[in-house]
Write a protein that binds this ligand. Structure first.
Ligand code: CUA
Length: 338
């Protein structure tokens, strides 16, 4: 009940900040095997510490409020009552040591249980941390079938996923608390993590390692869906962008390909092939832009293109001056990248 309450609060706080997208980000509402084990350990520690706290405060209050039985001038350490108190303190210390040892053992067992789960036929994905967004890859032995997207990870429910991760710049930490604990993404070093989502849903995750100015705006969404939906999504993401049919979108595409956009972004099927910023081949299929900072709609996208520095200061995308006609056609083009 308590878990539901805390998680409900978390969800409502988040929804207030990002309307239109239903998601959950909660440590105490696990939807994956490992998150469930971490949740058990959390509640064990919570209750042991709560009981210890209550007993300590009760004993302290009693000591403070009680009148002294023996006047100080008559105090003798060999007093029988003193000997009893010494025994009580010794027992309390023994219980404390045993409790701490018990927590240590449970913590080690939880860590071992999480690490010892080895998946059969896992789905392999790659996550690369950037200041301040997530590059997501679904590698394939046929390079033309490799999917590259950003800030939105789709996985099939009930299927183990192996996530190989690294960072392009500084240390980031991948954390989707409904599904698993944290995993650092370290430049020049590959770390692996496996997880499994057991229930359909959209789970919010975020960077959990301070990584600079916009660390707080480095979120992602983990979309757990049925294997059928996931496969349909993957097939769609594998396709190259189609050339637009209507005049406004064609004009937007021309603008995109003849301006600085191509220096940082890829749209597969066009000459744009840079990987400094997120791959935009299926930009319109994503629910948010700027690593979960804003819902993906033409208004937000327009504001982001013109001056993303006013939204997420310090990010790598420079301001772009253009007239409103060009912006409208550019947005029309980007909307076709489904
Ligand atoms: Cu990336 Cu904090």
């Amino acid at each position: 009940m308590k878990g539901r309450f805390i998680s409900a609060c978390g969800v409502s706080v988040f929804l207030a900040g990002c309307s239109g997208l239903q998601s959950s980000q909660s440590v105490v509402n696990p939807e994956g095997l490992q998150a469930a084990r971490i949740d058990h350990l959390f509640w064990l520690m919570f209750w042991v510490c709560t009981i210890a706290f209550v007993i300590t405060i009760a004993a302290l209050s009693r000591a403070v409020l009680r009148k002294r039985e023996t006047p100080v001038e008559n105090f003798r350490p060999v007093d029988r009552a003193e000997a009893t108190k010494t025994r009580v303190v010794a027992v309390a210390i023994a219980i404390t040591v045993l409790s701490l040892f018990g927590l240590l053992v449970s913590s080690i067992l939880t860590g071992k249980a999480i690490a010892s789960l080895h998946p059969q036929n896992p789905l392999t994905i790659e996550v690369v941390g950037h200041q301040w967004w997530w590059e997501i890859r679904y590698p394939n032995s046929d390079a033309s079938k490799t999917v590259i997207t950003a800030n939105e990870i789709h996985v099939p429910v009930g299927t183990p996923v192996v996530m190989n991760s690294t960072s392009r710049d500084v240390i980031h930490s991948f954390w989707a608390p409904n599904i698993h604990g944290k995993r650092d993404l370290i430049p020049g070093y590959q770390t692996a993590l496996w997880f499994q989502a057991d229930k359909e849903g959209t789970y919010r995750g975020q960077c959990a390692e301070f990584c600079g100015h916009q660390h707080a705006h480095m979120a992602f969404f983990l979309v757990a869906e049925t294997p059928e939906k996931f496969n349909a999504w993957l097939q769609q993401q594998r396709t190259s962008a189609k050339d637009p049919q209507d005049a406004a979108a064609q004009k937007g595409q021309q603008f995109f390909l003849s301006h600085t956009c191509v220096m940082c972004h890829t749209v597969r099927g066009t000459i744009a092939g840079s990987n400094v910023g997120p791959d935009l081949t299926h930009l319109a299929s994503r629910q948010t832009i700027a690593a979960g900072t804003l819902p993906n709609n033409p208004g937000n996208l327009g504001g982001w293109i013109i001056n993303s520095q006013s939204i997420k200061p310090g990010n790598r995308m420079p301001p772009n001056q253009m007239n409103s006609d060009d912006l409208q056609s550019l947005l029309t083009y980007l909307e076709t990248l489904k």
